[in-house]
Design a protein around this ligand. Structure first.
Ligand SMILES: C[S@@+](CC[C@H](N)C(=O)[O-])C[C@H]1O[C@@H](n2cnc3c(N)ncnc32)[C@H](O)[C@@H]1O
Length: 257
């Protein structure tokens, strides 16, 4: 997938499904973000989560780093409109080779699958750990391997052009395929995310799926049930027995002191 048009990307993430997803991430950011310090939004794209984080914490400075200049250009315009410049700024760069010294940031977030588009996800994760201060947090959100797999089997996957051949390719590559084409987006199991904690001696502070029950848009638009759906999400999104059938797996690690 190409991220070469920031405005088009933001248009593609409009609607009740994305509202719910963003709202759930913001809910957890509000719990885990430090009151002050330095935040890195790695693969932050058009800056949606940088804006939300900086609005939640007025004493936090934030760098929105991305490999796509177009995404950053659009982010810059949004930061200006939100009057967040220069507390929130942009940096052109690659997650796999972060232009920062070790132990630079209090909170490092890499949301909306940004790590999943890196050709070397292990290297990318090691970079996120390297630049996090001891005691700081690393917050990842990635596509759930089993969530995608489950969705590929559903009736609604057929109109999207998903064939059993796509299912086979997905199983061997972990990269979502639609109509024979790779989306370039790798997905992860909870087990893999847990393995990183062991490897880097990180403490797992929280795991949740957002959303854990990916709802049809019509349900979310229906005011009589949308509050109930939200309540269900928050009550069950941390339940490990169903989390992997959700959409985005989120994990918040703490780097050892
Ligand atoms: C799905 S978008 C998510 C953007 C943002 N994190 C969000 O959730 O709204 C993925 C982003 O990752 C960026 N990206 C992909 N590979 C990258 C890399 N190696 N280094 C930095 N950014 C990268 C893309 O340019 C894109 O902006």
């Amino acid at each position: 997938m190409k991220y070469d048009d920031g405005k088009a990307y933001d248009q593609s993430t409009q609607g009740p499904y994305y509202d719910l997803w963003f709202e759930m991430i913001e809910h957890y950011l509000n719990i885990y973000l430090p009151e002050k310090g330095q935040l890195l939004d790695a693969g932050g794209g058009t800056g949606e989560f940088s804006i939300r984080a900086a609005s939640l914490r007025k004493n936090l400075s934030c760098v929105n780093l991305d490999i796509s200049q177009s995404m950053l250009d659009h982010a810059e315009q949004k930061f200006k409109e939100a009057e967040l410049l220069p507390r929130v700024g942009n940096m052109l760069g690659d997650i796999q080779k972060l232009p920062y010294q070790k132990d630079s940031f209090d909170y490092v977030m890499c949301l909306g699958d940004a790590i999943s588009f890196c050709s070397d996800v292990e290297l990318a994760f090691s970079e996120l750990v390297r630049v996090t201060k001891p005691g700081g947090n690393i917050h990842l959100s990635v596509n759930s391997f089993w969530g995608n797999y489950h969705a590929m089997y559903s009736q609604s996957s057929k109109p999207q052009g998903i064939s059993f051949d796509d299912v086979r390719k997905y199983m061997t590559t972990r990269v979502l395929h639609i109509n024979g084409q790779s989306t370039g987006c790798r997905s992860f199991t909870l087990e893999e995310l847990n393995t990183w904690a062991k490897h880097y001696k990180l403490i797992i502070r929280k795991r949740f799926a957002a959303p854990v029950f990916p709802p049809p848009a019509e349900w979310l638009k229906d005011e009589s049930i949308s509050a109930e759906i939200r309540d269900l999400q928050y009550r069950h999104c941390e339940n490990e027995s169903i989390m992997e059938f959700g959409n985005h797996l989120n994990i918040i690690y703490e780097k050892g002191r």
